[in-house]
Design a protein around this ligand. Sequence first.
Ligand code: FAD
Length: 578
Amino acid sequence: MEIKTLAPDLSVSPQLTAQDVGIAASQGFRAIIINRPDHEADDQPYHEDIMAAAARHGLGVRYLPVSPGHLSAQDVENFATAMRELPAPALAYCRTGTRAVSLWALTQAGHLSTDAIIKTAAAAGYDLSGLRARFEPADTQAHHGNGKSPHHEVLIIGGGAAGIATAASILKRRKGIDVAIVEPRTEHYYQPGWTLVGGGVFKREQTERQMAALMPKRATWLHTACAAFAPEHNEVILEDGTRVSYQVLIVAPGIKLDWDAIPGLGATLGRYGVTSNYRFDMAPYTWQLIQSLKRGKALFTQPPMPIKCAGAPQKAMYLARDAWRRGGVLDAIDVEFHSAGGVLFGVQDYVPALQQYVDRYGIELCLNETLVAVDGPAKTAYFDVIGTEGQVRREARPFDMLHVAPPQSAPDFVRQSPLADAAGWVDVDGETLQHRRYGNIFGLGDAGSSPNAKTAAAVRMQAPVVAHNVLNVLDGNAPNAVYNGYGSCPLTVERGKIVLAEFAYGGKPDPTLPSWLIDGTQPSRAAWFLKEKLLPGIYFHQMLRGNEFLARPRLLPHRPTAHEAPAACDFETEQRRG
Ligand code: FAD
């Protein structure tokens, strides 16, 4: 809990948990103000849980949600009223604390000097200089863009695998370039490790690093979230309403895990035997359940594609089955794999090896079955099952353990933006990863529309391509580095063995190593060694530092037509203008 004091009666902090509320009470806070709407992140507590915790500790509480980038005059008035009515001192929070600080600052406009407001916020670690114009007395109403926009040569949205790897690759190529990364989290996760946490191989701490430690030293970290895009002005809008302009924008905010799309799931996770390796805090629970289950039924589910790491739902299942085999309880536990898809794995070359494990482990394959609801207390999952004639029927399945891979989609602020394609992803060319309409925008990682497997392995190949092409665009040239759609999925079929699927666009196998070392279509110990011992190091020490290990981009001598338009050009508008 990082609490920053702004005034005697008000402090702010990033997201609180119910437990933090108790700590805040013990530190003398008498009220909580919740400025973060529910559903912004998959691991965020619901406001009702925070309100209940506040009530338990005898604190006043007010839910005043503010959407990122939409801080209205009414929001400011509500905040001022809450400050007047609630017992002091109060602790206000949102995702990072930025919205809470901005609300406080706007209540002070006209009372404190603009410099004093900005200095106080800065002392607490928040840069509100982009809101300067709104603090002037005549301009405390909500509107955007009156401040002088901060500007960066290259602005990156998202400090995950893709954002940091690309920033590092750009900075390696060009020393003095001005790169900024917008990233709200203080922790960075090595998500490929979560399968091993759920399988009892890694401790979850091995998959977590402080974001500050991974940010490239010469990049500026804007510790806040992006709320919207204004590509026609070469600007993004941050969650406090500040606009930041850029010469080139790289969009890499990952994928949205939609836990609430399945009624009952969000409230049940972590209890009643319901778990998911798709969450840092749940993966240890998966291993706990595997160890404690001695008999009964375990269900593993896979939602419709695309999802990140399409093999992850199966990996969790094989490792569980292997642990039960080793524990001598294989026959006492029935396992069903419910997949919304019609095949076991999307790339046919790897299916025979996987099918052998399905048979050996006695797993019941339930294809074309989509999880639609979970009743935790009744330990029952509901599926929509597509019959042979295409008819859909709903079926209830009891369980003792349920591992869920949630439905996934493009982040809302991308889906609702001019950057999105029809499905909501950042609309990029599959080879250059340049936006199809805005020549000075690139997209990569899970949020991009390129039809590859959404994996960190794909990002490892994409980041150097984007880094090269971004510099080309800044230099007035056409992008000429191309990505071939490479993605990889190490399927942990048993502890100590992996089927290493590596493939490019069109499902074409694309192995990195010679087959005498690793034959990806067969389970192998060498591939397990790679996954457990080498890949985390390659991720943290090579990829995130711009060392393009086995990932130098392929360059074309000349890149034709559509992408040769000048930077910052909206191609469609240009065409309409004739
Ligand atoms: P992320 O790494 O998720 O990063 C996105 C970043 O954007 C986050 O830091 C987030 O905080 C930030 N962000 C979100 N919203 C905003 C906003 N509004 N403004 C600014 N920033 C924002 N891949 C493999 O290659 N091999 C594997 O074995 C593998 N296994 C996996 C197993 C599991 C269980 C999971 C969950 C994933 C696995 N993956 C695997 C997939 C891999 O982790 C992702 O494909 C990869 O992390 C994608 O990188 P990204 O940068 O696009 O997204």
